[in-house]
Design a protein around this ligand. Structure first.
Ligand SMILES: [Zn+2]
Length: 133
């Protein structure tokens, strides 16, 4: 019997494991040192991955309910139901946050700028890793 120490997974490792194609698209080129990677990246099944340095959070879209307009938590535009979605983010074993984001994440992030993204990242991170046994 050998006791191997628990393997530490960085967000990037997780991303590479879960979404190898997205990973290659995102990190195909070595990021230059300096400011850590920060951004929202579309992954499989309409989900978004929020990456900040070595941290990663997965945003899962929820079925829309009701007919209210949505208010984007990132760029703060008011959006119709066809332009935005509510996302669920599991931040710990029993803690979940809900975030409304534009579906057109590229324009949304441009409107929000890096500061907006940093604010969002501050709300989400740090994430308590949840590993299934
Ligand atoms: Zn937005």
């Amino acid at each position: 019997m050998s006791d191997t120490p628990p393997k530490r997974h960085s967000a990037r490792d997780v991303l590479r494991e879960l979404f190898p194609q997205s990973y290659r698209e995102l990190f195909g080129e070595e990021p230059q040192s300096g400011a850590p990677t920060l951004g929202l990246y579309p992954v499989a099944d309409g989900r978004l991955a929020l990456v900040h340095g070595e941290q990663l959070a997965e945003f899962t879209p929820l079925e829309p309910k009701g007919r209210n307009v949505l208010h984007c938590d990132l760029c703060h535009y008011t959006r119709s139901r066809s332009e935005a979605s509510l996302y669920r983010v599991v931040v710990a074993a029993r803690r979940t946050r809900y975030v409304t984001l534009c579906l057109g994440t590229e324009g949304c992030q441009k409107r929000a700028g890096r500061r907006g993204l940093e604010k969002l990242a501050d709300r989400i991170f740090p994430i308590e890793p949840v590993y299934a046994d």
